[in-house]
Design a protein around this ligand. Sequence first.
Ligand SMILES: Cc1cc2nc3c(=O)[nH]c(=O)nc-3n(C[C@H](O)[C@H](O)[C@H](O)COP(=O)(O)OP(=O)(O)OC[C@H]3O[C@@H](n4cnc5c(N)ncnc54)[C@H](O)[C@@H]3O)c2cc1C
Length: 416
Amino acid sequence: MAEILIIGAGIVGLSSAYYLKKQGHSVVILDKSEIQDNCSYGNAGMIVPSHFVPLAAPGMISQGIRWMLNSKSPFYVKPSLDSNLITWGLKFMKYATDAHVAKAAEPLRDLSLLSKQLYEDLAKEPGFDFGLVNNGILAFYKTEKAAEEEAHLAAAGRKLGLDMVELSPAECQALQPALELDVLGAVHYKCDSHLYPKQLMHLLLKYLTKEGVRILRNHEVTDIEYKDKKVTRVWTGSTDWRADHYVLATGSYSPALAKLAGIKLSIMPGKGYSFMEDDPEHKMTVPALLCEARVAITPMNGQIRYGGTMELAKMNDKINMRRVEGIVESIPQYFKNLSPKLPKQEDIWFGFRPASPDGLPYIGRSKSMDNLIIATGHGMMGLGLGPATGLLVSQIIGEKTTAVSVDAFQPSRFAS
Ligand SMILES: Cc1cc2nc3c(=O)[nH]c(=O)nc-3n(C[C@H](O)[C@H](O)[C@H](O)COP(=O)(O)OP(=O)(O)OC[C@H]3O[C@@H](n4cnc5c(N)ncnc54)[C@H](O)[C@@H]3O)c2cc1C
């Protein structure tokens, strides 16, 4: 059995460790943080086979430009001469086509359905209660335009074998009896699920530690050495680490790490915010997506998590309160009796979605380093796609046939 070194302890790194350990490998994980608050913790917890349309889709560019003119809008690109943003943006524009959407749908669906199944399997294991609920997601709309787009999406989803149905306001109300709805209708993404990410991460860390995986916190990888198409060792400051195989699972930080190994990886960090609210009064039963406002609302841990916005800019720790106000103000427009207070800055969580320009993750062996597997770029679906990615990483390292094809996810697909 092999020695594996995983860089990054988000959901992708931990899921990879989980399946690699099950196959009997010796696994070490290095993470630069305390592993208490990466992007895998504060997200909306949604598992979304319904999201078979990648972010790079027709209409996103014109919609994005309109949104940029509104300081409370859910999407923002900071205009900049940053070469990463420019090359990312050019690729995004190239892929925002109907042809790309059609090509991406089946690979994304297959990866998502595999992941959902793996979450169901994991939830059956003793000690793995992470709040998995299979009652779908309601995508609410208020305008005819969004209704039409959602109907189109639901029809395309059904063609792909996904359970997605349009509901009238009365049918929506029956599913959310405690909420006073002000909507035109919704599509019920019955194929989707949700969970409590913080609890999932906690249980995975606990399980892996018990199984003998070495998880090293505050170990930032600062250099990667390579020779003859192989990574030879990685450095955390003055300490070096050697393994047979290396897994790069560092989310939005991956381009900088890949660069250390001489590899170009196009990812922009897509900053999003979330906050929690106790929900004693209005019990939300089914998670919600507010289509026009692009807000996600998820019941978890007896509370409600509200999340949204996508700011594409260089990583920074600033909280843009205007955008959080945008999230807060949108909620009573859909649910008359649900109006969370504007949270204090210190109660707002933010994370960076690792967004690839074509909206597909990078999963596969590096073309230039035979013993390096890249597993990142999952954008707004990394939590949902974590287990499938981990399983695929373990199968690639084990030189087994992968459970689903990884052709669409090749890390070198943009290499010129
Ligand atoms: C507001 C919001 C809502 C979201 N909602 C959902 C959702 O509902 N469903 C869904 O599927 N996804 C959702 N996402 C996206 C999802 O959270 C991410 O795609 C996912 O968490 C990425 O996981 P990861 O393991 O790739 O990266 P991360 O969780 O970011 O982990 C990367 C790790 O790498 C470590 N690292 C970085 N550099 C180094 C280094 N040099 N050395 C060592 N370690 C290093 C970091 O410390 C970090 O722990 C949401 C994201 C946001 C922001």
